[in-house]
Design a protein around this ligand. Sequence first.
Ligand code: FE2
Length: 285
Amino acid sequence: MLKNSNIESVLWDDWHVVAELARLTRFRRFVTTLLGVSIMLELDPTGNVSARRGDETIASVQIKYGFVWMCLGSPTRDIVEFAECRESDRLVATAGSVRVAVSGLRAVENFLDLSHLAFVHAGYLGEEPHTEIKQYTVRPLAEGGIIATGCQVYQPKASPIATEGYDVDYIYAVLRPYIVVLYKANPVELTRKDMIALFVQPISEESCVAHAFTCYLKHGIDPAAVRSFQQFIFGQDRPILENQLPKRLPLGVGTEVQVRADGSSAAYRRWLSDAGIRFGAIPVT
Ligand SMILES: [Fe+2]
């Protein structure tokens, strides 16, 4: 356990992804950063991952979902749990890690934002003239976070195996300040949902690594296609994210919220503010 400098416990004492395990397997050791702390990660020949800051060992390290997770302080909760990952007819796969020069909270908010799909991901996750966002419901989760249900959006190519456009049912949930997941109707089994999560690693207040995680129903899908689809989509988001100013996410309900953000964005910002999140944010003054 590292001594906390001045970072809020809700982040310091929680688990964050710091690397895709496949990357560590390839390089054996490398340096990364979490919440401003530089960390050396190392994989030993027996498959154990160790982490150090200088001479100090970081005890709370786990491998889950194909990623290396770490808690810098004393863990107060477990790593997020996804029941779908235990279903045998799903492909559970990591889908790439992308460094982005913006607050990780901005990356989460963008992931939640239905209104950008028809413009930023035109021809894939949206399309003009289907730009109107239908009414949906946002409510708080008992264990913290928010959930948006009843979202529906027309998508020309909703997934790597979609062959035609359809109105896709969506559920979004923010489970932790830097962890967001979406469930969307599968193109073959419309009553079941594919799951895509973004585990955001806060590097500094104004930079992050977005780690994508997918849990698709198999239906002939292959891991390489999932990975390239997710990386292609995120490649469209990255320049938009990096152009956002300020780079930290303002939590106040100012001009930016009223103009840019939809219901889930506003709820996300309010929840962050209520939870006392400062890292990567511009608090309400
Ligand atoms: Fe996007």
